[in-house]
Design a protein around this ligand. Structure first.
Ligand SMILES: [Zn+2]
Length: 286
């Protein structure tokens, strides 16, 4: 424990001396991307989430805590994505503030349940709300960067508006009854609400929450009734059960980035366009 606190102290001293702006640590790659865009060169971003990590299984280790302790802000998705958040708060010095960006986004419930879908980053409008909250937090922590943050925020907002327009245009050819998104876990409720889709999930919030036989039978009946021709598996999920269901209803499977952990880069744009293209291709199977 002594060793951890020594590292924390060293990192705090380094943070104060090494950078002219502020240091921001992030618990999700898409929040890192947002912080880099809004903060520009006035912000040094530290990614706490490991490369190829699994969002619903990640827990910070002592080295993550040490890296976060050197930061002015720690960005979190909230909405239960980080069940360890309270413990992390207790482990950090008072000078490090945890910012729950998901708190600025209204809840969207998984259809047929009273469970709020925590995957809010799949909606560009939700990302805009979070970016506004981030800008205010950055201004509070580093008033000298106000102009830079305003400019970064404007650019980021424009980018989200453009991505939203690209998606709306891509889905124009598809009728309302064809807009059904069947995913390996319940991660697209925010997206579905924004783009007028119906969400059906084979599993709950994380893929570990196994569906029982009765709900599986119900899903199969629903897929047949709605003539669903494509099912979408999260790139970090095992596609096995989805493939079994797909073969039973004669559908194909296509990948989606559900948890925002896109292997090629941490950019929101790349992730979002990948999903739009995949959904577009999937819907054309009908
Ligand atoms: Zn997920």
């Amino acid at each position: 424990m002594k060793k951890i606190w020594r590292s924390i102290l060293m990192l705090m001293l380094l943070a104060l001396g090494a950078h002219g702006g502020i240091k921001v640590a992030s618990l999700h790659p898409l929040l890192s991307d947002m912080a880099r865009s809004v903060g520009g060169d006035a912000v040094e971003v530290v990614d706490l989430f490991p490369k190829n990590g699994e969002l619903h299984a990640f827990e910070p280790t002592a080295s993550h805590i040490a890296a976060a302790a050197g930061a002015h802000l720690v960005l979190a998705c909230g909405k239960g994505v980080e069940p360890y958040l309270e413990d992390l708060r207790d482990s950090l010095p008072a000078s490090t503030k945890i910012v729950d960006l998901g708190a600025t986004v209204p809840d969207v419930y998984i259809p047929g349940t009273a469970i709020a879908d925590p995957h809010w980053w799949n909606s560009p409008s939700a990302m805009k709300r979070a970016a506004r909250a981030l800008r205010l937090e950055l201004e509070r922590a580093f008033p000298e960067g106000k102009g830079r943050f305003a400019e970064g925020h404007r650019t980021y907002t424009r980018q989200m508006d453009n991505l939203r327009r690209v998606a709306l245009l891509a889905f124009v050819p598809f009728e309302q009854e064809d807009r059904v998104l069947v995913c390996s876990h319940a991660a697209m409720s925010h997206f579905c609400k924004e783009f007028g889709f119906t969400a059906i999930a084979v599993h709950g919030v994380a893929q570990e929450s196994e569906g029982d036989t009765a709900s599986l039978a119900r899903i199969l009946a629903q897929l047949r009734q709605q003539n669903v021709r494509c099912l979408f598996y999260g790139v970090n999920d095992s596609p096995k059960i989805l493939q079994t269901i797909a073969s039973q209803v004669g559908a194909v499977t296509k990948p989606l980035v559900l948890d925002g952990i896109y292997p090629a880069s941490g950019s929101y744009r790349e992730m979002f366009l990948f999903n739009v293209k995949s959904i577009q291709n999937g819907l054309m199977e009908r």
